[in-house]
Design a protein around this ligand. Structure first.
Ligand code: BG6
Length: 463
């Protein structure tokens, strides 16, 4: 008998998350249309770490069977990936690509066949280029195109897929593409960022609406949000005020409409005061109200620490969220130096308690958590990466998650980012996150030490 000190609820999801653009490769194959990443790489390959673009990945498009069979060996009972909109509908609207339908059918069937619940996400940062050329999330026409794409997916795959996700981390394309230069279209414009963020939530609600119209038996629909619990430097009232604003702008701006169907009043007031309220209609407000999610996926990587601004922002510089707060660098914080993110395990517990207390304890699961490390080959012993740091990272987060569950939080699973080292946008293959390491040259897959550990945890439903 294995001694299990931290036992998780029956049926708890153990697995990992991934995304189409980060794993499939085959970017130009079988009729796939271009998305913004294919295009941006073509235009400015130097922006990508070591000039590695989205064409070079772990080749899930051809190797899904091998990968799913490794997942099965690792005792995964669930796996999230996404559908590539530009693969399924190359022009964004209109004709469906039969090769893509075949591929996604194969993946879904293979997962089910191996006893792995597929959780399918519709959008992981990968706007079809044709849609971006129409304005991307700035455009109401694109929202409707997305709703129609979502409906197509529900109809094609909804007989087998029970768990749907509308968006992964919808704040990221708004921040990356319209504030901080790490997503295409690479502009800096706060007003647009706010409009894009809002429009994305409208698109999300339209997908939920379409899903419910189809009345798919046993199907559930949710959204994946990256939540960063926000902590003040001190109890000084200016620090507290700055923290509250940061939390509203960065977490509640998505969490509240997704789970409660409305934006926080104070956020609306704040944006009004600075003349940054997005354009909206009463119909959209009703749409959001009537289409809250069935469940939440929560991605947790790092906390946010905040202090009151030390000095005024340059009034001529572009307006940024940090007009309201400064980042606080806490002395002695534990860091993942490769990614530059703080590691704070208790954050996962704080998020779950917040969901329980302020969001009706809506069912949720940890949809991503993980640790990207550069140069992992230096940890190879006898051909295997000894990633004890990853084991420790996962274990310590799970201990806090377990405590949250014991205190009544309705948490249904834990997915690691990620199964196999994958292509990470501008960082490409700099930081490796997988349980399985990938040799990019040969495409050889090798289990890391953490994979064996995770396999046991999944088998014993705890550790
Ligand atoms: C999440 C995303 O933000 O974190 C993934 O959903 C991403 O797409 C992961 O790869 C890790 O972040 P990064 O930037 O190191 O790849």
């Amino acid at each position: 008998m294995v001694n299990v000190e931290y036992k998780f609820p029956k049926g708890f999801w153990w697995g990992a998350a991934a995304s189409a653009p980060q794993t499939e490769g085959a970017a130009r194959e079988d009729g796939k249309g271009q998305n913004i990443w294919d295009f941006w790489y073509e235009k400015e390959y130097n922006r990508f770490f070591n000039n590695v673009g989205p064409e070079v990945t772990s080749d899930f498009y051809h190797r899904y069977k091998e990968d799913i069979s490794i997942m099965k060996d690792l005792n995964f009972n669930s796996f999230r990936t996404s559908i590539s909109w530009s693969r399924l509908i190359p022009e964004g609207v209109g004709e469906i690509n039969p090769k893509a339908v075949e591929f996604y059918n194969n993946v879904i069937n293979e997962l089910i066949d191996k006893g792995i619940e597929p959780i399918i996400n519709l959008y992981h940062f990968d706007m079809p280029l044709t849609m971006q050329n129409k304005g991307g999330w700035e455009s109401k026409e694109v929202i409707e195109a997305y709703a129609s794409y979502a409906r197509t997916c529900f109809k094609l795959f909804g007989d087998r897929v029970k768990w749907w996700i509308t968006f992964n981390e919808p704040i990221v394309p708004a921040e990356g593409g319209y504030l901080y230069n790490f997503h295409y279209p690479d502009v800096v414009d706060f007003k647009k960022a706010i409009q894009v963020a809002y429009n994305t939530m409208v698109a999300h609600a339209r997908a939920v609406e379409e899903f419910r119209k189809l009345n798919i038996k046993q199907g559930k629909i949710g959204i994946v949000l990256n939540l960063s619990p926000t902590y003040p430097r001190s109890n000084n009232s200016a620090d507290l005020k700055a923290t509250k604003i940061a939390d509203m702008l960065i977490n509640r701006s998505f969490l509240d409409p997704a789970a409660n169907g409305r934006y926080p009043e104070e956020l609306i007031e704040l944006l009004k005061q600075y003349n940054h309220l997005p354009k909206f209609t009463e119909l959209e407000i009703d749409l959001l109200k009537n289409n809250v999610v069935d469940f939440l996926g929560i991605n947790y990587y790092q906390p946010r620490r905040v202090k009151a601004k030390a000095s005024m922002s340059n009034p001529e510089a572009p307006f940024m969220p940090d007009f309201f707060f400064d980042e606080y660098i806490m002395p002695g914080r534990k860091m993942n130096p490769y990614r530059g993110w703080e590691i704070y395990e208790k954050g996962i517990y704080d998020i779950m308690i917040n969901i329980k207390e302020n969001y009706g304890n809506i069912p949720c699961y940890v949809s991503e958590n993980g640790m990207g490390v550069e140069g992992e080959e230096r940890y190879i012993v006898n051909g295997e990466i000894q990633d004890d740091y990853r084991i420790e990272f996962i274990r310590d987060h799970l201990m806090w998650l377990h405590k949250a569950i014991n205190e009544g939080c309705d948490v249904r699973g834990y997915h690691l980012w990620t199964f196999i080292d994958n292509w990470s946008w501008l960082n490409a293959y700099k930081n490796r996150y997988g349980l399985v390491s990938l040799d990019l040259e040969t495409q050889k897959r090798t289990l890391k030490k953490s994979a064996y550990w995770f396999k046991e945890v999944a088998k014993n439903n705890g550790f």
